[in-house]
Design a protein. Sequence first.
Length: 436
Amino acid sequence: MTSAEPAEKLLIPVLSAPWDDTRPWTLDTYRRHAGYEGLRAALAMPPDDVIALVKDAGLRGRGGAGFPTGMKWQFIPQNDGKPHYLVVNADESEPGTCKDIPLLFANPHALIEGMIIASYAIRCDHAFIYLRGEVVPVLRRLHAAVAEAYRAGLLGRDILGSGVDLDITVHAGAGAYICGEETALLDSLEGRRGQPRLRPPFPAIAGLYACPTVVNNVESIASVPAILARGKEWFKSLGTEKSPGFTLYSLSGHVTNPGQYEAPLGITLRQLLDVSGGVRPGHRLKFWTPGGSSTPMFTDEHLDVPLDYEGVGAAGSMLGTKALQIFDETTCVVRAVTRWTEFYAHESCGKCTPCREGTYWLVQLLKRVEAGEGVDGDLEKLLDIADNINGKSFCALGDGAASPIVSSLQHFRAEYEQHIAERRCPFDPAASTVWA
Ligand code: L3W
Ligand code: SF4
């Protein structure tokens, strides 16, 4: 993949292929796009071969951490006499991340087909979708698609005459970001307050109701049918050697055409901006996140970083959820980081002291710097608090809260200092359309 290729050739619609078709959420439309062919291929193979295929294809988790999906499935013990569960993490809430919800709204059968395949592979007969509770239209659509799949003999007893059984329960969360952390999600699904559990044991050993459980992101599971239908070599021909395949990038903020762009892993922001019409007219890129606000920010120096797990990691950040939030030169970085930090302070579950107390103090300091009331030493205090959260919190939310502060001070320390020295914010808030 090179910048010399025409922009539109860089896109590869797989999950998004039916999105512009008539009523793409229906079974009929999904079938017109080869829907449920991957399932037929899977049911013709022994379950272990399905796991091996997904592992050999190199599919990596699309929820943020990039953990190999097939390997996670392989961790499920066999012949242990316990029920096995599949839980799909559809609690998409990371700031800037908008790929699972649009995928579910437009194409719910891709997830359902993937869930049947994954459940068959790990020998599970009851799977769950934990959906972000605020998105009621998606909840309704998922319920309708699951009901349609039952009517078509794709769920329930003896799926397509294979002897395989599967029930799917759709569960709506109650609006807490922390319930996107896999063990907090499991607690919430069990009816308890959603707070992270100590790991290990990982859910693969003791997950839902203390039974072996695979927790996968929506996009990870929805990507499986195409691998079964088209083969692992096709999948590996896309992307990079260590990050193969296609994926959904969400572009938001100061771009001409925000939205979801499906492309091979390893594409660059420069190429995605070419496809999406670029930064809004008359403006230039100032900073951006490669994977949501939890991932260290990049600047215009990082336009050619390959957006795969290794490329982004080598450049000092994380691919995360592939949420590319774009900010132009009208954006005050202190203001942006303050808004994100308020989010983390609000969403901190309170279980551990570094995050519960630290995020509160970060907000107090940031707000006073933003308001032009900062004093000498505030930036050192910010870094000190961030250092006491990072790597010392119970779960990744704490690290995510520290990340924008550390990276923004690394790239834009002079802008913070200007707020303190001039005792005011040097930016016009009305000029930036993002942070109203
Ligand atoms: C069995 C082992 N399983 C690891 C499994 C583990 C999990 C997966 C990845 O955080 C990141 C975070 C956010 N035996 C295992 C094992 N596993 N070792 O592999 O685990 P881990 O700990 O590397 O990551 P995590 O705790 O799942 C996810 C980042 O994603 N993020 C934001 C995410 C937000 C969303 C959203 O809104 N949809 O996903 C952004 O960067 O910071 O680093 O399943 O059980 N030995
Ligand atoms: Fe809760 Fe924050 Fe600690 Fe995670 S890091 S357990 S969200 S207090």
